[in-house]
Design a protein around this ligand. Structure first.
Ligand code: HBI
Ligand code: FE
Length: 287
């Protein structure tokens, strides 16, 4: 269910949280988590950022079954002072930002059906917990997420949420990072997707472009298929430093004066890792 506007649904608190009700998951739902987990666990050691893999270990996400948010929050609290709280689905932007600004990550408490193994429209517990929570055990990324929440609260007052949302999309959801072993994935939308975990690193179709905040905030994104461009950060320290040092208000004004960039476009000034063929997107008739 989607709750983009309005008041919290029946049974939810004023901040839109609900009890996880861990005891209500069926054996089949726990087994589906295990199946999704095992599939990604095989793929990710050679592909995901070392910081993500370390988070899986520290938080013991490999233990069988859908994680209990209370036990998970205790480990996460010890690592970086973050918690995981349950919500029924998408929540309003201002409520979402308020949680992040206070180091609370909101996670859907439901799990996809077996028919939705590879694609779903609303973030479920596997996307939210497996995809997002491991990096919250990393102190630098943990600070970045809080800074994003605080930035969201300011963007709200400046009418700039759509611009700032692009930063979340191209880093937190679909980011790539340079590592000693070459390019690695860290975005939650990639690491929680079997297909995109391969596509984002290995497919010749998408562009892979060096992170540039102004350029990124001009770039539209697609929500219905694999990305046509990915942005590569040098390190989480660099990402955090840039977002803390940048004064976003003038940046939003600058972006407003410039044209949007289409998801597949490459600019002369881009720092290009891969110039994509866009063959995948072209075959689907979208590029
Ligand atoms: N709600 N549950 C949930 N999860 C999100 O990722 C989310 C949301 N509401 C709003 C929102 N994201 C956006 O504001 C940001 O991605 C920018
Ligand atoms: Fe997400």
């Amino acid at each position: 269910m989607s709750y983009a506007h309005g008041t919290p649904p029946e049974g939810a608190a004023a901040d839109w949280t609900i009890p996880q009700r861990w005891e209500r998951y069926s054996a089949a739902e726990h087994a589906l988590w295990d199946r999704l987990f095992d599939r990604q666990a095989k793929l990710l050691p050679a592909r995901a950022a070392p910081e993500f893999l370390a988070g899986l270990d520290v938080l013991r996400l490999g233990d069988s079954g859908i994680p209990n948010f209370d036990a998970l929050s205790e480990r996460l609290m010890n690592a970086t002072g973050w918690q995981v709280v349950a919500v029924p689905g998408l929540i309003p932007d201002d409520v979402f930002f308020e949680h992040l600004a206070n180091r609370r990550f909101v996670a859907g408490n439901f799990i996809r059906t077996p028919e939705q193994l590879d694609y779903l429209q609303e973030p479920d517990v596997f996307h939210d917990v497996f995809g997002h929570v491991p990096l919250l055990a990393n102190p630098v990324f943990a600070d970045y997420m809080q800074a994003y929440g605080q930035g969201g609260q300011r963007a709200n007052g400046l009418g700039a949420i759509q611009r700032l949302a692009r930063l979340y999309w191209y880093t937190v959801e679909f980011g790539l990072i340079q590592s000693a072993e070459g390019l690695r994935i860290y975005g939650a939308g990639i690491v929680s997707s079997h297909g995109e975990s391969i596509f984002a690193l290995d497919d010749p179709s998408p562009n892979r472009v060096g992170f540039d905040l102004l350029r990124l905030m001009r770039t539209r994104y697609r929500i219905d298929d694999y990305q046509q461009s990915y942005f590569v950060i040098d390190s989480f320290e660099d990402l955090l430093r840039q977002t803390l040092e940048t004064d976003f208000a003038p940046l939003y004004e600058q972006v407003a004066q410039l044209t949007d960039i289409a998801p597949a476009d490459v600019l002369p000034e881009d720092r290009i890792y891969t110039r994509g063929t866009q063959a995948y997107a072209l075959a689907k008739g979208v590029a």
